[in-house]
Design a protein around this ligand. Structure first.
Ligand SMILES: [Fe+2]
Length: 174
């Protein structure tokens, strides 16, 4: 008899909530892995967006500087929900910056000087790539009937597509 099944009637058993989400073990593993990569990508893109916000230059400085701050806030706001979804379904998430670097799929940009148009092109491409990863993770959630994670992802896809739209309109006019 497990510790969970030995809990007193009416009381939640001690220990991690392995079965509170009603997902299979394989489902938890696959979704948790996807969430971990997504969180790493979100931290990488957040920092790159802030990096470009800080190092922006040129005659459109104010507009671009403010736009990238809005985008960074929106991207960062995903992080806590991504991490806590993993915990809610009984998985674990990232522990450190080195953990981020091991799991991110989006690439960093450590160049000292980047032209404004290059910054916006790169962010447009990164946000497009992030949208693709969100769609893939949504399919994984659908496969395992994790409607709550899928629901969060749907909003993030919409936000991500909006960022791609704004960046694309600017890049297209340059
Ligand atoms: Fe700022």
């Amino acid at each position: 008899m497990s510790a969970r099944s030995a809990a007193a009637p009416g009381k939640l058993p001690a220990g991690p909530p392995e079965d509170l989400a009603g997902l299979s073990k394989a489902g938890v593993e696959e979704i948790t892995t996807g969430l971990r990569h997504m969180l790493a990508d979100v931290f990488a893109l957040y920092l790159k967006t802030k990096n470009f916000h800080w190092h922006m230059s040129g005659r459109h400085f104010r507009d671009y500087h403010l736009l990238l701050d809005e985008h960074a806030d929106q991207i960062f706001a995903m992080s806590d929900d991504l991490a806590e979804r993993a915990r809610k379904i009984g998985g674990t998430t990232l522990h450190s910056i080195s953990d981020v670097s091991q799991h991110q799929r989006l690439t960093d940009n450590n160049q000292a000087l980047v032209a404004p148009e290059k910054m916006l092109q790169e962010l447009s491409s990164d946000n497009r790539e992030l949208t693709g990863y969100l769609r893939s993770l949504h399919e994984v959630c659908d496969k395992h009937c994790d409607v709550a994670t899928a629901s969060l992802i749907e909003n993030w896809i919409d936000e991500s597509e909006r960022r791609v739209w704004f960046l694309g309109e600017i890049v297209g006019a340059l």
